[in-house]
Design a protein around this ligand. Structure first.
Ligand SMILES: C=C(O[C@H]1C=CC=C(C(=O)O)[C@@H]1O)C(=O)O
Length: 338
């Protein structure tokens, strides 16, 4: 991995949720490959706005090895900067107004936290692997794109042997030791909205679609509500149709999708680039197979700087100050590592 960074060639290393296999994919030239139809094979790294170009790392060399990282980072109390609070609260207020006016039902609003770092990137990735065993953990580098690292709890879509799996993910509460989360009506409704949206957008591409009951899942120091979704795509449905029906999910964009995406692009105070895009294996081991994850709980790294990206779903019942605190809590996933 260090070598890839030194010689400036594209590579990615990743471990899937609850697995112990680390896969590394290396491209042997520095070309910026863009996939348009998801027919290529390799590792995709997609931005939030797909028209910015979905990057593909060609699998010129692929390695796999068993790893067992269990390095819990000492849980020192994090002091988190309050910079950006006013702007974020104003943004959330604007989102709530758009919901009240009937334009939107839900919108996910986010921000970027910049900080100086001195930690070595390899150690950062080892700590991500050691601390988030049930997340999709990755380290991505492309000389023409940048260096990203993350531990995401959200699957965009997994397709194998003609079976499709995805998830409806929403709502956040802080994790407290020996305590189960107590979800309120707002969170339950927020997650149900996501399940209904998946049913509407994916349903007509599927022979059947099963959406399981919502359950609490832990993602580091947070809880979320999640329903597993599975089914069989209709014959001749392309990967591209499936991906385009799911991305951007209401966990990162909103409802209705197009109105929420336009609201985000016009109102957020920065460019998301690859945060809330997606990434993962595409036709890598067999055709029509994909294992894609939403790029959440992630950061962009450069020599002595990190940018952490955090957001939260806004609905009619949201309270701006609480939404600010939620983004502060989400930032701990990556801040705790740095
Ligand atoms: C947008 C993010 O989280 C999403 C995923 C799970 C729960 C969320 C929420 O409670 O708002 C968000 O939709 C983020 O972590 O930056």
């Amino acid at each position: 991995m260090g070598l890839g960074l030194e010689i400036g060639l594209p590579f990615v290393a990743f471990r899937k949720p609850n697995e112990q296999v680390l896969t590394a994919i290396f491209q042997s030239n520095a070309n910026l490959n863009i996939t348009k139809d998801f027919e290529d094979n390799g590792f995709v790294f997609a931005p939030f706005s797909l028209n910015e170009g979905v990057v593909l790392i060609q699998p010129d060399e692929v390695f796999q090895t068993h790893v067992l990282f269990e390095s819990e980072v000492k849980n020192k109390e994090l002091v988190i900067s309050e910079d950006g609070q006013k702007e974020h609260i104003e943004l959330v207020e604007k989102g709530i107004q758009a919901i009240q006016s009937g334009e939107l039902k839900k919108v996910v609003l986010s921000r970027k936290i910049d900080l100086k770092i001195s930690k070595n990137p390899i150690q950062i990735f080892k700590d991500v692997l050691g601390n988030y065993p049930n997340a999709f953990c990755y380290f991505f580098h492309h000389p023409k794109v940048g260096t990203w690292c993350g531990a995401t709890p959200e699957t965009l879509v997994r397709i194998k042997d003609g079976q499709l799996k995805t998830m409806s993910l929403a709502a956040t509460l802080p994790y407290e030791e020996n305590k189960q989360p107590e979800w309120g009506a707002k969170e339950i409704e927020e997650q149900q909205m996501v399940s209904d949206h998946i049913k509407d957008s994916l349903g007509n591409l599927m022979e059947d679609l099963i959406i399981e009951k919502a359950e609490s899942i832990r993602a580091g120091k947070l809880w979320h509500l999640r329903s597993e979704v599975k089914g069989v795509p209709l014959p001749n449905t392309s990967l591209s149709e499936i991906i385009n029906s799911l991305h951007p999910t209401p966990a990162v964009c909103g409802i209705p999708t197009k109105v929420a995406q336009d609201f985000i692009l016009q109102n957020e105070n920065y460019q998301r680039t690859y945060y809330t895009g997606f990434l993962g294996e595409l036709n890598l081991w067999a055709p029509k197979e994909a294992s894609l994850f939403v790029n959440l709980r992630c950061m962009e790294l450069s020599s002595n700087h990190a940018a952490i990206f955090v957001g939260g779903g806004i609905t009619a019942g949201s309270v701006p100050e609480q939404e600010w605190i939620e983004t502060q809590n989400k930032s701990k996933t990556m801040l705790g590592i740095l």
